[in-house]
Design a protein around this ligand. Structure first.
Ligand SMILES: NC(=O)c1ccc[n+]([C@@H]2O[C@H](COP(=O)([O-])OP(=O)(O)OC[C@H]3O[C@@H](n4cnc5c(N)ncnc54)[C@H](OP(=O)(O)O)[C@@H]3O)[C@@H](O)[C@H]2O)c1
Length: 296
């Protein structure tokens, strides 16, 4: 089979390599669509992968179409996945759309679920134009919340309004001035501090990404200073979520899709041979929604 191999100096090459051999409790997935995310950029930078890619939609040997989550190896014609990391995919959905939901949908749904977003609550989404943010915006809206989406351009603002945001904030020109019941933050960085200060009494802050960097401990000062408001901070990583919880979250995602309340948002699509360009596109931070690789 062909796979995207990481060569010295992080060069990516599509090359012939041995077919993967499944061990006990594993399955081979013939890839149709592969997700490209910031996570892959980080893994490549850290030198922790020989074949990038953590999410694949394709068919297993019995013909079922599945979403497979793996630790690495996704940028390939075939991937081996643990059986408990295969998630069902309705036949009527486009595989590229399903992978565009993939991990991002589980993070977005998991974050909104942990924060127990309720109808009428005010929710702020940071990084709203990103792979996770476009889905968190839709899911919070579907739960009846009034969503404010933070982005960096008027064009993306318009697209987020069409996805259910009630308001948008252009982070390059303005700062949020209202207060919020829930903040879903995929950006983090030093601005965590000023955003924690925007929580209303009993507010919940879900930190689920870090495109703007890792915050210093001082950024969390408002949690103790505003103790009387009983704020809650969730750090939320899908890595710590059990397979059963992931499956429940995926089922809730598919229910929203079937109900027409959630749609995949795809940015550019690249062939497997264009993996380097796809990763560069994600790294530049200018994608709206998910970048996808197609096999074949
Ligand atoms: N919790 C988990 O389990 C989990 C799983 C997968 C990924 N992640 C992490 O979640 C984060 C987001 O992932 P993603 O796939 O949604 O990323 P993405 O598609 O690259 O989107 C991130 C968005 O953040 C905004 N942004 C970039 N720099 C920013 C800054 N300095 N300040 C504020 N906003 C900024 C950009 O939108 P605008 O320019 O329009 O504002 C960008 O579109 C990454 O750190 C990723 O590693 C977490």
């Amino acid at each position: 089979m062909k796979a995207v191999l990481v060569e010295p100096r992080q060069r990516l090459v599509l090359a012939e390599t041995a077919d993967p051999a499944p061990g006990p409790g594993q399955a081979v997935v013939e890839a149709e669509a592969i997700g490209v995310g910031y996570f892959d950029v980080m893994n490549l930078r850290n030198g922790t992968t020989s074949v990038p890619g953590v999410e694949v939609v394709g068919r297993v040997r019995d013909g079922r179409r599945v979403l497979a989550l793996v630790l690495s190896g996704g940028y390939a014609e075939q991937v081996v996945a643990d059986a408990d990391q295969l998630y069902s995919v309705p036949e009527n959905l486009d595989p590229a759309d399903v992978v565009a939901l993939g991990v991002n949908a589980m993070v977005a749904e998991g974050a909104v679920h942990r924060a127990a977003v309720a109808p009428g609550e005010r929710v702020l989404v940071r990084g709203a134009s990103g792979g996770i943010g476009v889905l968190a915006t839709q899911i919070a809206h579907a739960r009846g919340a009034e969503v404010t989406a933070v982005t960096s351009s008027a064009e993306y603002g318009e697209r987020l309004l069409a996805l259910g945001a009630a308001k948008t904030i252009d982070r390059t020109r303005e700062r949020p001035e209202e207060t919020y019941d829930v903040i879903i933050d995929t950006a983090a960085g030093p601005q965590v501090r000023e955003h924690l200060e925007l929580l209303r009494p009993n507010g919940r802050y879900v930190l689920c990404g870090g495109t703007a960097g890792v915050p210093e401990p001082e950024a969390f000062g408002p949690l103790m200073r505003d103790f009387h408001k009983s704020p809650t901070l969730f750090a939320f990583s899908l890595t710590s979520v059990s397979p059963e919880e992931r499956r429940k979250s995926w089922d809730r995602v598919l229910e929203l899709v079937v109900a027409g309340q959630l749609a995949a948002v795809r940015d550019q699509t690249f062939p497997l041979a264009g993996a380097a360009a796809a990763l560069q596109h994600v790294e530049h931070g200018k994608s709206f929604g998910k970048v996808v690789l197609l096999n074949g």
